[in-house]
Design a protein around this ligand. Structure first.
Ligand SMILES: O=C(O)C(=O)C[C@]1(C(=O)O)C=C[C@@H](O)C=C1
Length: 111
């Protein structure tokens, strides 16, 4: 039965069209975020700042947990998602620093 005649199939297709739009928006938003964080990585490398900023991360996690709660999204999931992204950002920062200053990953000077 086609979507025109099967209301369940029609509803599923409609919902999936929204899911595809949301996934596309997520990809674009993540691309913009990584564009910004790569610039932050350059700035940190040039000025010899450490790749990670744990205090900033604490503030971001607390804020995101609050936002998630208000939006009826699981705050634990929001925290895990942010940590996953930040972990990747720190990996990029370390690679940029290594390229710029010859600093090995972890930000410590080599013996
Ligand atoms: O704000 C910074 O200092 C960043 O490097 C960006 C960012 C992030 O992705 O939001 C990544 C690593 C830091 O530990 C904190 C935050």
């Amino acid at each position: 039965m086609g979507a025109e005649t099967d209301p369940v199939k029609a509803q599923l297709l409609e919902l999936r069209a929204s899911i595809d739009n949301i996934d596309a928006a997520l990809v674009h938003m993540l691309a913009e975020r990584f564009r910004c964080t790569k610039a932050v990585g350059q700035l940190k490398a040039v000025h010899n700042l450490p790749p990670a900023d744990p205090e900033r991360e604490r503030q971001q996690i607390a804020r995101l947990r609050r936002l998630a709660k208000d939006a009826q999204l699981d705050p634990d999931f929001a925290e895990k998602f942010l940590n996953f992204i930040i972990h990747e950002v720190i990996r990029h920062h370390e690679a940029i620093a290594e390229k710029h200053n010859g600093v090995p990953t972890g930000g410590e000077a080599q013996a």
